[in-house]
Design a protein around this ligand. Structure first.
Ligand code: C2E
Ligand code: MG
Ligand code: MG
Ligand code: MG
Length: 291
């Protein structure tokens, strides 16, 4: 594609259908090897409680550093991996990495949970709960320090299959969250039928709530709805102080977003956690000194 901007020629790159297909095909065929070669990694984004700002947990978000394509977003490769029947391998990897982190924190005396995103295809695998139990045993992590996030469309795609598996996971003591809430055909009645503990307000509403009264109303009603059903309400996409303050005033329980931290690779997450602990310790000392 060629265009001119201010007399200067600009070349943009728009891939053809064939190129998109080829790229997808390569992702699928290269996925297993990419995993073995360490191109796939997990980043973690903190979830903090409102108003205490205590770190309750992290969400695990998968990344692929591809040698040819550069950094691939999960929105691009997760669907390809799913379609190829490889989602079990991906989820298993993310789950294991996450449990290793939780175990490490437990050994340091920290209680930080990990949230792993599930695909609808995980919920079609009747052996999935048994695999999860085995992973929890392997790393000796209690089920309440593991959350699974699922989108409503994922559950509603095949509720007959998904519901028994969700009930099984929930009975094990694993925390279940509905992700991207408000974007699908979410309804009160439907949320009541699911064995869930947490609802995550989709970031589009949280990002818009400062400027759009409609978004603000949606956020407010999800907080109220969630609480009336006894659920923990999490806001994702918290980028601004104002949004955080508004959410806190509404009684939203947990915040996640760039304002708190971007998703970080494990070494940077450790540094972030340490800096925070050091800050809160020095704040406590200050408080004592000024008494
Ligand atoms: P999600 O589960 O809703 O994750 C939240 C997404 O919002 C992440 O994008 C995160 O980086 C981004 N985000 C967080 N805070 C902010 C913010 O303040 N502002 C904005 N604009 N964005 C923010 P990411 O990492 O690209 O992941 C996209 C989606 O890919 C996830 O949405 C999830 O559905 C899926 N995904 C990621 N990792 C996995 C995985 O391991 N397995 C499966 N099945 N899906 C995954
Ligand atoms: Mg999520
Ligand atoms: Mg989300
Ligand atoms: Mg999403």
């Amino acid at each position: 594609v060629r265009a001119t901007r201010g007399g200067e020629e600009v070349r943009g790159y728009v891939p053809s259908m064939g190129q998109i297909f080829l790229r997808r095909f390569q992702m699928v065929t290269q996925f297993r090897q990419a995993l073995e070669e360490g191109q796939i990694s997990v980043h973690y984004q903190p979830k903090v409680s409102l108003p205490s700002k205590q770190v309750l947990g992290v969400e695990a978000l998968v990344r692929w550093q591809h040698p040819e394509f550069g950094r691939l977003d999960p929105d691009e490769f997760v669907p390809a991996v799913e379609a190829a029947g490889l989602i079990g391998v991906l989820t298993g990897f993310v789950l294991e990495q996450s449990l290793i982190r939780v175990r490490k924190w437990m050994d340091e005396g920290l209680r930080i949970a990990a949230a792993v995103n599930l695909s609808v295809r995980n919920l079609a695998d009747t052996d999935f709960p048994a695999k999860v139990v085995e992973a929890l045993r392997k790393f000796d992590v209690p089920p309440e320090l593991l959350t699974f996030e699922l989108t409503e469309s994922g559950v509603m795609a095949d509720p007959q299959k998904a519901l028994p598996i969700l009930r099984e996971l929930h009975a094990l003591g694993i925390v279940l969250a509905v992700d991207d809430f408000g974007t699908g055909y979410s309804s009160l009645a439907y949320l009541r039928q699911l064995p869930v503990d947490e609802v995550k307000i989709d970031k589009s509403f949280v990002l818009g709530m400062g400027t759009d009264l409609g978004d603000l109303a949606v956020v407010r009603s999800i907080v109220e709805l969630g609480h009336s059903l006894g659920l923990t309400v999490v806001a994702e996409g918290v980028e601004e102080d104002i949004a955080r303050d508004q959410l806190e005033a509404m009684g939203c329980d947990v915040a996640q977003g760039y304002l708190i931290s971007r998703p970080l690779p494990e070494d940077r997450l450790e540094a972030w956690l340490q800096a925070r602990t050091a800050r809160s310790v020095s704040r406590q000392t200050e408080a004592v000194l000024t008494l």
